[in-house]
Design a protein around this ligand. Structure first.
Ligand code: FAD
Length: 459
């Protein structure tokens, strides 16, 4: 065994260092079209101290480190780099504490998002951020990407819930950042810096999140519209409501066709979907959720909805939302691969964004269908392509960057929630400007002078 592998093995329990073919399942996240190298090894630590020992062994041998949660990311940010050590926290799955008095939960970074939500619910509390991937993603990955989800429109994103982090820095030192308390301004906001840093500034091993009292049972509706413009106008009216929806999602005609095809093939539960130009999925978890949903239904009809289905029990409301969760697999099955964007624009620019995307699809001869978190101005244009057709691949990558350029020109951003990873790297300087990119690299150099943590990603 080469010396670095000896040192890594000594830092870990028996069986927690994988090499050779055993590393294959850890080489890539779910992003099609992102490069993945061949790692030296995969480390599967079980404690913060073991994470620190692995980092020290890597530093001593000049090895790059790629932190990993569940590899559900869609930006290539957790993909292997040649010769790197994949530092995967999937074995750190303890829920350490749920405090009903402080309304916080403290968990290890490898806890799946849904397990955190369940632990909170068992104590009569609520962890709102719910990425579509919450059954697989880890809270460490959510922190590192500042993940969003369906309920952000009412509650905010992961950043809004992170109170305190335990982080292993690039020199192997263990630090605690932030405050368990509601308030706390001692020192700079290093938690804010760490959240969304995509594994480039430190390795998160423990997370304390704020919780809320459990909301009322959810009620929901789906509303089909004859035009996307009508759906956007209805959404604008819904967001202006004092009865704030807890979910406001959008599916365009292409999304509906792709999901319906999955249902027709028996790959997803029915009933079949209506043919429509756009569908809104809206929920309320307010104290009078049933009445809220009736009110939302009236707004949808007033804006021309042709078919409105309401569900005042949580199971039926969840079943409607399952459609939304099928988006990624449904679109991938269209052509074999998909580039999944997550551009975000000020809500007033949503009509211009959708119109511009349609124009780009025609001009660049690509397939783009769009769904996502309309209430946040955060949409997922999906570029479905045939990975075996080099022309199609090249056109789709061009269109991917053109959609980002469009969103930035409309006052938005390349990435609302998935992160930059490697896929969006070519677009970042244009959005942030060279001075801001340089400032970010200076912060990176201060915290990781050897540039070992997830190098070549994010900025
Ligand atoms: C079907 C589907 C639906 C999705 N829906 C959403 C959605 O609604 N909203 C959303 O925001 N995202 C969504 N995603 C994307 C993805 O699930 C999120 O980005 C998620 O936060 C990634 O978590 P993970 O544990 O899988 O992290 P990974 O994919 O393993 O890693 C993601 C990034 O975080 C870093 N990282 C991971 N763990 C740590 C750690 N402990 N310390 C430091 N860095 C770390 C990695 O280096 C990488 O840069 C979806 C993905 C899929 C496949």
């Amino acid at each position: 065994m080469p010396e670095p592998l000896h040192e890594l093995a000594a830092a870990l329990p028996e069986g927690a260092l994988l090499t050779g073919e055993a590393t294959e399942p850890y080489r890539r996240d779910t992003a099609d079209g992102a490069e993945a190298g061949v790692p030296l090894a995969v480390a599967l630590p079980e404690t913060t101290e073991q994470v620190a020992a692995v980092v020290r062994a890597c530093v001593a041998n000049g090895l790059a480190i790629v932190p990993q949660g569940a590899r559900s990311g869609v930006a290539g940010a957790a993909n292997a780099i040649d010769g790197a050590v994949m530092l995967c926290l999937e074995r750190m799955t303890a829920v350490l504490e749920v405090s009903t008095v402080d309304q916080v939960a403290r968990v290890e970074a490898g806890v799946r998002t849904i397990e955190l939500a369940r632990a909170a619910a068992d104590a009569g509390l609520f962890y709102p951020p719910d990425p579509g991937s919450w059954e697989i993603s880890t809270i460490g990955g959510n922190v590192a990407t500042n993940a969003g989800g369906m309920r952000c429109v009412k509650y905010g994103v992961t950043r809004d819930f992170v109170r305190e982090l335990t982080v292993v820095l690039a020199d192997g030192e263990i630090v605690r950042l932030g405050h368990r308390t509601v308030k706390g301004v001692a020192g700079l906001d290093l938690v804010g810096l760490m959240v969304g840093s995509e594994g480039t500034l430190g390795i998160v091993t423990e997370v304390t999140v704020a919780l809320r009292p459990a909301p009322a049972p959810t009620a929901g509706l789906s509303a089909a519209f004859p035009t996307a413009e009508a759906a956007l106008a209805a959404a604008e009216a819904l967001v202006a409501e004092p009865r704030r929806p807890s979910v406001l999602e959008f599916l365009d005609a292409g999304c509906l066709v792709a999901i319906d095809a999955m249902i027709a093939r028996g790959e997803a539960p029915g009933p079949r979907l209506p043919a429509a130009e756009a569908l809104l999925l809206v929920q309320s978890d307010g104290p009078d959720a049933g009445a809220d949903v009736e009110h939302y239904a009236a707004i949808a009809r007033a804006h021309g909805a042709t078919l409105v289905e309401t569900a005042d029990d949580p199971a039926r409301a969840d079943a409607l939302m399952e459609l939304r969760r099928l988006l990624h697999p449904a679109l991938r099955s269209l052509r074999g691969a998909v580039l999944n964007e997550d551009v975000s624009v000020p809500r007033a620019q949503l009509p211009a964004l959708l119109e511009g995307i349609q124009r780009l699809a025609v001009d660049l001869d690509v397939t783009i269908v769009t769904g996502g978190h309309l209430g946040d101005g955060n949409l997922h244009p999906f570029l479905a392509y045939d990975p075996a057709d080099p022309d199609d691949v090249a056109r789709s990558i061009r269109a991917y960057l053109a959609v980002i350029d469009l969103a930035v020109r409309l006052g938005g951003t390349a990435t609302g929630e998935h992160g930059v990873g490697s896929l969006k790297l070519p677009a970042i300087e244009a959005e942030l400007g060279p001075r801001v990119v340089a400032a970010q690299r200076a912060i990176k150099a201060a915290l990781d002078p050897q540039g070992l943590l997830n190098p070549g990603r994010k900025y």
